[in-house]
Design a protein around this ligand. Sequence first.
Ligand code: ADP
Ligand code: MG
Length: 673
Amino acid sequence: MDVRYLKGVGEKRAAQLARLGIRTVEELLGFYPRDYNDYSKPYAVAAAPFDVKCVVRAEVYEKGGMARLPGGRQMLRVAAGDDTASLTLTYFNNPYAPKKLEIGRTYLFFGKVGGVLAAREMVNPEMLTEAAAAATPLVPVYPLTEGVSSAYLAKCMRTALAAAPVIDEPLPEALLQKYRLCGKAEALQKIHFPQDAGDIHAARRRLIFEELLALQLGLLLLRGREAARTGAPMRPVSLEPFWAALPFAPTNAQRRAAGELLGDLTKKTPMNRLLQGDVGSGKTLVAAAGVYAAAQNGYQSVLMAPTEILAAQHAETLERLLAPLGVRTALLTGSVKGRAKKELLRAVESGEAQLVIGTHAVLGEGVRFARLGFAVTDEQHRFGVRQRGQLAAKADHPHLLVMSATPIPRTLGLLMFGDLDISVLDELPPGRTPVKTYAVTGKKRADLYGFLRRQIAAGRQAYLVCPVIDEGESDMLAVTTYYSDVAQPLLAGCRVGLMHGRLKAAEKAAVMDDFKAGRLDALVSTTVIEVGVDVPNASCIVIENAERYGLSALHQLRGRVGRGGGEAYCVLVSDHVTDAVKKRLSFLCHTNDGFAIAKFDLETRGPGDFFGSRQHGLPTLRIADLAADSRVLYAAQQEALALIRDDPALRAPEHAGLRELAEGLFDGETALN
Ligand code: ADP
Ligand code: MG
């Protein structure tokens, strides 16, 4: 039912509520309080603490007249108190509140006591009668928008709870029993109007479970592949020819991970594996081993990367690795057009192209595989859940591998992939030296550039990273200005290139080629180079405004250097050195372990910030907290899997409520850039 038809809500109010995302009565009731004001233990006036919010019981003695203050403000004073002390209630611009007060009656006032011992005062207090406080001792406080007060929302909730004829129960009876959860109607009553802390706890427990179950079901429905048989069953393959063709020996970790991958490929159920390994640990090679095995079995593979630069680089590396073994590769990005594209799509459809590497262009409708068996996403946290689902939908339950250098906390991993297996590359290829990392302020920039010039003179190359393209945010160095005003003058006589996300794909590719081939000494860039770019001769990276980034992102950036042997350097430049920033940057200067860095990041910034808020494509949760409620999350996941096993699309009538909840959660999810 539209909230507009609720008693006390008209067109104007409905518009205000819409700004809170509330359009229907269900959405209204799903707008939970963020806190409660507790009227159950009021203070006597003299006992009330000063300057903290509290509830005081007092009798109204006398009401003063309205006074007009300079500037047009109105003020009205009310004398009140009890046996212990007196209390003045001062109302500014609020003639209605004091009007309701009756002289000689006792009320509960909520607010901060100010003034001095001899003259206590409360300004614009909230108020309940004793009878109202007895009925509703915990008054809900809602997250607000302009013009909508908590009191008004509470009134709407009351009307809605009374008017809603029946509140449907979305959870199956068996689950309510198993987890001893209260019913939906009861939970809504208790979350909005609890009698005591026990009510809040019971309501929260139930609503958190419901929300996380809906989330898990939504993810499973998007994925639609649980407990299925893969359409790409494979025979075991020897990887020896693959290893033998490499220009170097694989690390033990690479061999182990490739072995795990091969084990999955020969199972009846589709692979669902995360390959986690620090920057530079050689994940691409493991994926290539999978591609080789799939090709030997007559299946095609696809590898999706988040940027064109990275896709192009992968295409080059993989072509070099796989072409000698007879595997034909193709690169598909947004800039492949016209005849070339048509030809490429034909090769994919005929099965001639055995490995397609690309950006999200590979998700396009025109991309039809003859026999897709193995799908890989690189730097997976850059993709939304929906995009991974789209990739899987290109074939009949293909094997899925996701790769990431960012260690994903267990709870987020559970959410993003469901039950997935993990392979870890915990070993770097030999000959890597840790990148020497320093944090400096802008005052050191001249020295820093002197150092860069010496590196360049010695034949090495450098990255210079800035956060934004245009001079938008005031004190941040925009990459174009930095290029013309800082990098070029300070590196006079050197060849400096410029790279950012707004260049055309062909321009980007040309700049990258120049840098790779050594025709550029330094590259001024935004973070488009963050993920995966591999230029072994680069020995230095300077990151301006380093305070802007999460540590994991800085670690990724730093991983761009030190790939070709020899000393490598990372300089973090920041002029905003608060203690917190200092502590974070210093941690990075002393640690090269990506897992420790991610953990530190998570502890200091929290999970909400972990990937940047919109990167993982999960819906916003209204009541559950992924970090705090991980046990419920786990239980909800088990139940979601069981439900989907019995009723894969939730078509049974008793699951209609759950399906609606699950689908509703993902309505707002949008694909990423
Ligand atoms: P990441 O795990 O960060 O994606 P890459 O797959 O890009 O790492 O590999 C980083 C670099 O290490 C590449 O230049 C790659 O050729 C090289 N490499 C990978 N495995 C080995 C190995 N076993 N020995 C030597 N170099 C390797
Ligand atoms: Mg990589």
